[in-house]
Design a protein around this ligand. Structure first.
Ligand SMILES: CC(C)(COP(=O)(O)OP(=O)(O)OC[C@H]1O[C@@H](n2cnc3c(N)ncnc32)[C@H](O)[C@@H]1OP(=O)(O)O)[C@@H](O)C(=O)NCCC(=O)NCCS
Length: 166
């Protein structure tokens, strides 16, 4: 098993990104807190293992906050999600962001577990928010992972600490 390398997303990744996002998130756009994000317009990082693209994180920085818009690992439990998250955390900290946050849905118990293991805490639960999201993105399924009905948005956050100069 080769090392995982992380690099910035670039224009040559666009076709791969579109295929991945449409297959994982049902369309090229993702809705969080009533906002539509077009993933092919966002910055991000790609994980590479043995010349193969094996993961993607995309994000949006506003003022001093960084929102993770999508995170996908194509080979789970090998450290790819962790490596992408660490790269973004370092970048966001270097840009002066004070918090890293993400919206997931109530069915996504894997993501809830993953983020909490990485130091995130649940900030707010927006009950029934997906009803509004479906107006902006009708492709959102009624049932999600584990066959759980998708209803609520859950916001998780990690407060970022300035790195001390060594
Ligand atoms: C959530 C998700 C991104 C996690 O990605 P991942 O690549 O499996 O994450 P990692 O491998 O870094 O971590 C998963 C577990 O494997 C463990 N792990 C890390 N490196 C490992 C290694 N070399 N060998 C074995 N296990 C390892 C991690 O410690 C972690 O365990 P923990 O949860 O007990 O801490 C992935 O499940 C995914 O793509 N889900 C679908 C999309 C999604 O829901 N995205 C999140 C919402 S935006």
């Amino acid at each position: 098993m080769g090392d995982i390398k992380i690099r910035s997303l670039d224009d040559n990744d666009k076709e791969w990104l579109k295929r991945l996002i449409i297959s994982e998130w049902a369309s090229i756009n993702v809705v969080t807190r009533g906002k539509v994000h077009y993933i092919d317009k966002l910055p991000g990082y790609v994980a590479i293992q043995e010349s193969e693209k094996v993961g993607l994180i995309t994000f949006s920085i506003s003022k001093d906050e960084c929102e993770i818009i999508t995170l996908n690992s194509l080979k789970e439990n090998l450290g790819i999600g962790t490596a992408l998250l660490e790269e973004l955390e370092n970048f966001a900290t270097s840009k002066g962001c004070k918090r890293l946050w993400v919206i997931t849905t109530n069915d996504n118990t894997d993501a809830l577990r993953f983020y909490q293991m990485k130091g995130f805490r649940i900030k707010t639960i927006y009950t029934d928010a997906i009803k509004e999201s479906r107006k902006l993105k009708p492709e959102i399924a009624l049932r999600g992972l584990n066959d759980i009905e998708i209803r609520d948005e859950i916001e998780l956050e990690k407060i970022l600490k300035k790195k001390r100069n060594s």
